[in-house]
Each structure stands twice: as C-alpha cells, then as structure tokens.
Design a binder for this molecule. Structure first.
Ligand code: ADP
Ligand code: MG
Length: 709
C-alpha cells in the first residue's frame, strides 16, 4: 500500500544502499556489517556519505556569555561532583570557568565519567545550556579532558545505525575519504570550472571551516554543494541516456500496419464494435503507439492519463495491432479485481472477433485452480491465446509464450523492477517484447525528465465527452447523518454508491471488523430495500468477484470496501463516493478513489469525511491534501500539489519501488543544474565514453542497474 511508504526516515538518509546485498555474515565484523547497512563499502561510498549536520567544537566560550538554549563548549574546573539518589539516581557535577559556574547532570553514567569529573579536574564540556532557576545547567553534555588542541573545522555528525557509534563512523569516513580516488571525471572543456573541484568540495562538506554561513550548508546552496549536486545529476542523466542507447540496440518484433484502414483487420473491427468514437487524444496516442510498434526497437512508452480518460481502449487497440501482425499480447494489472475488469471488458469487445480467427483471450492469475491454469497456459504456449490478461502470474516462469510481442502494464507504479525484468525474460529468441506502461498518476514534467529520461511519454489530456464534473465536499465526521441523506437521494434516482473505509495499518483484521460494522450500520440506516455489499482484500477471490459482479449488475446498490477498489474499477452507474477518514489517505490515492465515480453522464459527487486527530485538528499535510481535493479534479494539478506537499523523494518513493532516488540534488529547486546536466550528458557520452562510465559508477555504483530495469 502506498500509505505505508509514509514512514520514511529523513529524505537525505533514506536512500537505498549503493551496494547490492551481500550474503549476510560472510566473515564481516560488526562494524563492517553496520557500515554495509548504510551502503558504505567502496572508498567512494564513504567520501560521498555527507554529514546531516555539524557540531562546532572549534571554540571555547565563556559561561557568562552563554544564553539559554545555546550549544556551547566551555572549559573549567570541577568544583563539586556527587551521585544523588532522589528523585532518581543521577550524577551531578559543577564546573567553574572563572566567569560563572554550570551544573552538569547525567541520569545514566559510567564509573569512568564519574572519575573524569573528579573535583579539581580541568574538563572541556559541550552541551546545550539551560538557564534554570538554580542557575546554568547542561544535561548529558560530552566531557573531555581540557587542554587538547581545538579542531580547525566543524565536526560532522552522520546519520548512523545501531552498533555504529558516531566516533567510529567518523573515523571510517575520514579514512575512506582519504583513500578515495577523486580525480575529475567531468572533462574541463565541457564541464564545470572554478575553484570547487570534487575533492575540495567533499573535503569541505565533511569538515567545513567554522566561518561558513551555516544556512548555505543547510539549504545546499553552498558552491561545494552545488558541485556535488551537479555531479550527481549528471551521473543520473548519463545512466538514463545509456539505458536508452542500450535499448535502441535491442530488437523487437516489427508490427507493421497498413496506413490504409483494412476493414478485415482486428483493429478496424474493434473500432467498429466500440459503442463510442475515440477522443482526439485517444486517436493521437494510438498513432504514437502504432508508430513505435512498427519499429524494430522495443517500445518503452508510458501512457499517462487521468482516471477515466479511457486508457483501456487505447490498450485494446494496441493489442489489436499486435494480433493483426500475428503476435501475442499480454495485459497485466496489479490486482486481481482490476485484471478481472479488464478481462470482462476486453473479452466483451474482442472475444467474438478473435473466435472468427480461431483465437481467444486467456486469463491467468495466482489464485486460479491448477486445471484451469494448465488449460490457459497451454493456450498461451500454442499461440491460440492471442491476448493474455491477468496479474503478474502472466509473467511467472512457468508461462511460455509462443510469440509475445507486446506487454501492457496497467498502473505501472505498482509493478516492481523484478517483475519488469521477468517480462524481459519472455523475449522470443533475441526479440524483446514492446512495453506499454499505463498510469493514472501523472508525473510532473521535471520528474519525468529526470527519472524517466529513457521513457517516451504519451498523454491522454482529454476526457471522453459527456462527463459532468465531480463535486467534492469535505464533511466533518460528526455530520454523518447528512451523508446518509445524500446516499438516499442518489439511491432514489437509481444510482449506486461507494463507501470506502479507512486504512488502519496495524491489522487487516481490524480493518475488516470496521468495514463489517460500517456495512451493518449502513444497512440499518438505509432499510431492507437497499442491498449493501462488502468488499475486502481478505475475501477469497471468487467471493470478491461475485460481489463486484453484483455491484456491476446493480444487485448491490451500496458497496462498502477497503481500498481494494482503489484502481481502475469501472461502474458508470455509481455516482457517489464516500471516503471515511479521508485525512489518512495519500493525495493520489484519494484522487484515484474519486475517479471511480463520474464515469457516466450522471452528476457525481465525492464526500471526504474527515475526523480531527487527538490534537483536535487535522494535521497540516492532511489539510493540504483535502484542500487540493476540494479545489481541483485535474489529475495533473493533483500530481503537482502532491509533489509540493511531499517532495520528490517520497512522491517517487511511493510510485517506483526500487528506483534510486537522488541523494543530494532536489529536483524541485535544482532546475538549473538539471538543465545543465541534460545538456552535457549526450556530449560527454559521445566524446568521452570512458569518463562517462567512470562517472556513473562513481556516483551510482550498482544503483545504475536499477535504472536500466
Ligand atoms: P482509465 O483511463 O481510468 O483506465 P477507462 O479506460 O476505464 O479509463 O475508461 C473510463 C470509461 O470511459 C469507460 O467506461 C470507458 O468505456 C469509457 N470511454 C473510454 N473512451 C471513451 C470515449 N472515447 N467516449 C466515451 N466513453 C469512453
Ligand atoms: Mg484504468
């Protein structure tokens, strides 16, 4: 579930390790193992492991000059030191630096600390000064012997893990940085000029001089930071460009089509049986895809279009092109329900037409009975199944295609890298299948440029005609009664209603109980004439499908569900969507859910029920999400707002399992650097291929492998 991706650590430390997992244990010390967890293996990894903040140990200040809340380093003589037991056991010492005194308190302490603070000892103490009513105080300061030389640079503080104390990590980074080969990989004649070369930038960022304007380190605007970010962005652009070139060297089956419409083609016949004409956008995108399919370079295209923009038809027409050329097509969806919807729709359109040709549509999922799966697999292997629809079971190892030429992935962000690789394994001989990915959550342009540079993008920017806009209302939870009245009004007009229950992350059992209770309550309020159904991810597939079928047939009028209906479900008669605890959902998820209504001609509405948390208020980010939902139903605008609320790291994290995120650059602010990198990458790859490769390896290491998947 995308929602669980919320529990991320601070963005700059949450990057996937740069190193592939190594067999656990394998003779490593505890420290090495901890370092590995942080992705620190190669010298360069250490060099690029930048601090999250700094401590200033370069100066000694006078106690008298410190104010409440200051981080301060002072030196003085211990005048008192004792262990007290009330109100709890603690070590209390007092130091005097000649200007004033300060009390030091430790709740957990070692005998060695007690010794260090013996009365009369001169100590150097660093901590946060609190000006309580008993005078100055520091809680748990660090204590060293006084008199050692002061460092000249700020002290780095790195993000670390259990088993790796800060001083050990500091030492490891220092020696890694010293050993790292940091010669320039960006050729001078095309690259960056100026004082901040790579080594001096990294050295400075690990050990800045105390006169630095701290804000420029924190917001990464310092020239040293600019240098690092530019290098990283260049590496990313290079590796994507390289992936694109590699793909261009691969071969896919050519699926030519006649520019003159052939009435006997499946494509033409499908167009004829569709109950509607294509929108201009569908036509244009269809041509873009046909153009790709006619080439012998594998297509790698993302079809993005808002919920309800009609991606399924585009997919069906692409499948028809593929079948017309005598090849097989696979269509995969992330959930069984969604796959079943596609299946229902495409079978309705295509099966009669395929039957005339002695072909059929096959259905493959993990939950299928063995006998049925065997029959389906046999049809796939013989080529009788020209179109194969299902979940990722379609690309499981056991399934063998006769001649797969086109794979279509719906809701591509739910498919992981491993699955996309498995798909490539379905190549026929040396021919890779063309790949069409579909997504209802558009990627803002800057992100598309950076993360999907090796992807061609087609956009359905037009909704089918006759849709009435969805009205979105925010309603506080205590006004539920009004919502019931709304439901009754819709039912009175013969319409149907979705009621989505909130995610409760601890347990699916609790989710189920809540959903069941809601169903019972609604059944009570709405009376016996109304059928209220329940859909939950734990239900057996057959039961889920039966409920969906009953809802599609309007035998069930109100469907209570957990978020299993999130993507793709299409019941045009449903005109009201109620989302309970809407504040708990992510923005794109809310938008997806809302897209389940407004699919027919009836005026539709979406009610977002929200409940303030324990603090009595809805949190700031949640409020921004609800506001965005109320203000716009344009998926592209929603995506822009989502990006603004979450930042690119999380925004992509929830979408792209396995995709490496930028560690240093920030796409929403580093627009100029990105433009620079985009311009330079092709030149560098052409004129200095070895340097380009070394640059990629240095910055992305094995991460580059992810990008190619
Ligand atoms: P999505 O892009 O969200 O996958 P669908 O493909 O499910 O959208 O299409 C949404 C609805 O619009 C479906 O009921 C579909 O049959 C219908 N539809 C698609 N294209 C057109 C069109 N050109 N004219 C009218 N209705 C269309
Ligand atoms: Mg869809």
């Amino acid at each position: 579930m995308p929602a669980s991706a919320k529990s991320v650590r601070p963005q700059k430390t949450a990057n996937p390790p740069t190193v592939a997992p190594v067999a656990p244990g394998a003779g490593l010390s505890l420290v090495q193992r901890a370092l590995r967890k942080l992705g620190l293996v190669r010298d360069i990894d250490f060099a690029l492991y930048l601090p999250m903040r700094y401590e200033d140990e370069t100066r000694i200040v006078r106690l008298a000059d410190t104010r409440d809340g200051d981080m301060a380093q002072v030196e003085g003589v211990v005048t008192e030191c004792e262990v007290v037991f009330r109100p709890r056991r603690q070590l209390i010492a007092t130091i005097d630096d000649g200007s004033d005194t300060c009390q030091l308190r430790f709740f957990n302490f070692y005998p060695s600390q007690q010794k260090q603070l013996a009365v009369g000892a001169r100590v150097r103490v660093r901590g946060e000064v609190r000006g309580g009513f008993v005078g100055r105080q520091m809680m748990h300061p660090t204590v060293k012997a006084a008199g050692t030389a002061l460092p000249e640079a700020l002290t780095p503080v790195y993000s670390t893990v259990a088993g790796l104390p800060q001083p050990v990590l500091r030492r490891e980074v220092r020696s890694g940085l010293a050993r790292a080969v940091l010669d320039e990989t960006i050729p001078v004649q095309i690259g960056l000029r100026g004082a901040w070369d790579l080594r001096s930038s990294l050295t400075f960022l690990h050990y800045p001089t105390p006169d630095v304007a701290m804000a420029t380190l924190e917001d990464h605007s310092h020239p040293a930071w600019q240098r690092i970010k530019a290098e990283e962005l260049l590496a990313q652009q290079l590796s994507q460009l390289q992936a694109r070139l590699e793909r261009a060297a691969q071969r896919a089956p050519k699926l030519p089509f006649s520019p003159k419409p052939q009435p006997s083609s499946l494509h033409a016949q499908l167009l004829a049986v569709l109950p509607f004409g294509l929108t201009g956008a569908q036509q244009r995108v269809g041509e873009e895809i046909s153009g790709d399919l006619a080439r012998e370079i594998p297509m790698h295209r993302l079809l993005q279009g808002d919920v309800g923009s009609g991606k399924t038809v585009v997919a069906a027409l692409a499948a028809a092109r593929c079948i017309d050329a005598g090849f097989q097509c696979a269509l995969m969806a992330p959930t069984e329900i969604l796959a079943a919807q596609h299946f229902g729709k495409l079978v309705g359109w295509l099966d009669p037409l395929l039957a005339e040709r002695g072909l059929r549509v096959a259905w493959l999922t993990g939950s299928q009975k063995k006998k049925e799966r065997d029959t389906m697999s046999a049809a796939v292997e013989s080529g009788e199944a020209a179109l194969v629809i299902g979940t990722h079971a379609v690309i499981s190892e056991k399934v063998r295609f006769k001649n797969l030429a086109l794979a279509i992935i719906d809701e591509q962000h739910r498919f992981g890298v491993a699955q996309r690789l498995a798909l490539r394994g379905k190549a026929v001989g040396h021919l890779e299948p063309h790949l069409l990915m579909m997504s209802a959550t558009p990627i803002p342009r800057t992100l598309a440029m950076s993360y999907y540079a090796d992807l061609d993008v087609s956009t359905l920017d037009e909704l089918p005609p006759g849709r009435t806009p969805i009205v979105t209302k925010l309603v506080a939870d205590h006004r539920r009664d009004e919502v019931i009245a709304r439901i009754q009004a819709q039912l009175g007009q013969g319409r149907q209603v979705y009621w989505v229950c909130p995610l409760i992350e601890e347990s699916e059992a609790v989710d189920l109980r809540n959903a069941t209770e809601t169903r019972d309550e609604l059944a009570d309020s709405l009376g016996p004439a109304v059928n209220v159904g329940l859909l939950h991810s734990r239900m057996p597939t057959a039961e889920k499908q039966a409920v969906m079928a009953a809802f599609t047939a309007n035998e069930i009028q109100v469907l209570v569900s957990t978020t299993v209906i999130e993507v793709g479900v299409d019941v045009p008669n449903a005109s009201l969507m109620v989302i309970e605890h809407a504040e708990r959902f992510g923005l794109s998820q809310l938008h997806q859910l809302r897209g389940r209504v407004g699919r027919g001609a009836a005026a539709s509405a979406c009610v977002l029920l929200y409940a303030p948390g324990d603090s009595g208020r809805v949190g700031e980010a949640a409020r921004a999400r609800l506001k965005a939902m109320a203000e716009t139903s344009d998926g592209f605008e929603i995506a822009r707002r989502d990006l603004a609320i979450r930042g690119p790291g999380e925004f992509l994290g929830a979408r792209q399992s396995g995709a490496p995120l930028l560690r240093f650059a920030d796409l929403s602010t580093d627009v100029m650097l990105l433009a620079w990198a985009r311009e330079l990458a092709p030149v560098m790859l052409e004129k200095h291929p070895e340097l380009a490769q070394r640059h990629i390896d240095r910055w992305l290491g094995t991460k580059a492998e992810y990008l190619k998947a």
